[in-house]
Design a binder for this molecule. Structure first.
Ligand code: PLP
Length: 368
């Protein structure tokens, strides 16, 4: 059996008619960037997140970058974040000239270790970017408490957590501003790049609407240094259709996770613990074992593709050599990076595929 980490064609094939006709409708409309299709999506996604504003942008990276810019983060500022995320989390910080400051993670959830944040705060610290990793909300109450005490802003990196709940509230609206990616393989993904910012803050929303179109108030009046970061109408049309299915797809992911957890129970692996006050949307299904590399090879040999999210913690990337981190500085994240492996998960996965994968994993651990 051949199993991909994420098979996007299955979802398209199930919804082919609706998606194809929406795309054709846009192609026939003569309006391909922003416009009413994007406005409708922005309203619908804001409502979904229970946020006041949603601004569609070109990618998740831009959603983070523009959020930091709207908050006035600049050269010399320090922003606290985690080392075990996609590199874009930290890169958005350096894009505005600020310095990423990495805090270690909790060994059980692999989200930001809130006990270690205060030690990282200096006079230059302006904000915290928690990442809702693998779809599970970070410990937001603790993070918000620290932020309030030290007068820091919070940008949620919700790029893996569309629809996740923290104490009954959607992520993205818990801090000052939230960033989403619609990269094709995300829980809500388009057929190209895309992203969005959500916020309840009118001023921040106004700034992001301005920055995403060259800082132009209208076609000939430029008020600020902006960039070109617009969501296109084809993506918006696709996302509008997919958004209607998102909660159901997230439930299907949860059912796959339950099956994986049950079938892997007696095996010598660790899973990522979920917190009772969160409802993860299971963007990834990650297990941990000291034999990660040989397990990965064994699975590949049996036709099962896997991935490591992420093998090199961001503080050890060549890009950030100048920040002066060394191996051993963030030991929990570094150990995790050597043990984690992401198994296939997507809503359209079949139970027999999970059965096959877990059978192969059992076989691997039973080998002499
Ligand atoms: C995908 C992702 C991003 C970046 O989103 P793009 O749309 O690829 O720019 C940022 N942060 C996290 C945690 C992500 O998973």
């Amino acid at each position: 059996m051949k199993i991909e980490l994420v098979n996007l064609k299955r979802q398209y094939n199930l919804h082919r008619k609706k998606i194809s006709s929406a795309v054709l409708r846009v192609l026939g409309s003569g309006r391909y960037i922003l416009g009413s299709e994007v406005e409708k999506f922005e309203r619908e996604f804001a409502d979904f997140c229970r946020a006041k504003h949603c601004i569609g942008v070109a990618s998740g990276t831009d959603a983070l970058h523009l959020s930091l810019k709207a908050l006035g983060i600049k050269n010399g500022d320090e922003i606290i974040t985690v080392p075990n995320s996609f590199v874009a989390t930290a890169m958005s910080i350096s894009m505005v000239g600020a310095k990423p400051v990495f805090v270690d993670i909790d060994p059980e959830t692999c989200n930001m270790d809130v006990k270690k944040i205060t030690d990282k705060i200096t006079a230059k610290t302006k904000a915290i970017i928690p990442v809702h990793l693998y779809g599970q909300p970070a410990d937001m109450d603790s993070i918000l408490k620290i932020a309030r005490r030290h007068n820091l802003k919070i940008i949620e990196d919700a790029c893996q957590a569309h629809g996740a709940l923290y104490k009954g509230r959607r992520v993205g609206t818990l801090g000052d501003i939230g960033a989403f990616s619609f990269y094709p393989s995300k829980n809500l993904g388009g057929y190209g790049d895309g992203g969005a910012v959500v916020t309840n803050n009118d001023e921040l929303a106004k700034k992001i609407f301005l920055y995403r179109v060259y800082g132009g108030k209208d076609r000939h009046t430029y008020l600020a240094q902006g960039l070109n970061s617009r969501l296109d109408a084809v993506q918006a049309a696709v996302l509008r259709i997919k958004l209607k299915h998102l909660d159901r797809w997230n439930k299907q992911r949860a059912a796959k996770v339950k099956m994986y957890d049950t079938l892997l129970k007696k095996m010598p692996i660790k899973t990522i613990s979920t917190q009772p006050y969160t409802q993860s949307v299971h963007h990834l299904y990650v297990i941990r074992t000291a034999h990660r590399d040989s397990l990965r090879e064994y699975l590949a040999h049996k036709g099962i593709s896997t991935e490591i999210h992420y093998p090199v913690p961001i503080h050890l990337q060549p890009l950030y050599k100048n920040l002066g981190y060394r191996i051993g500085n963030l030991p929990v994240a570094e150990t995790a990076a050597n043990e984690i492996i992401s198994l296939p998960i997507f809503p359209e996965m079949e139970n027999k595929e999970i059965k096959y994968i877990t059978d192969i994993i059992r076989e691997f651990f039973q080998k002499p």
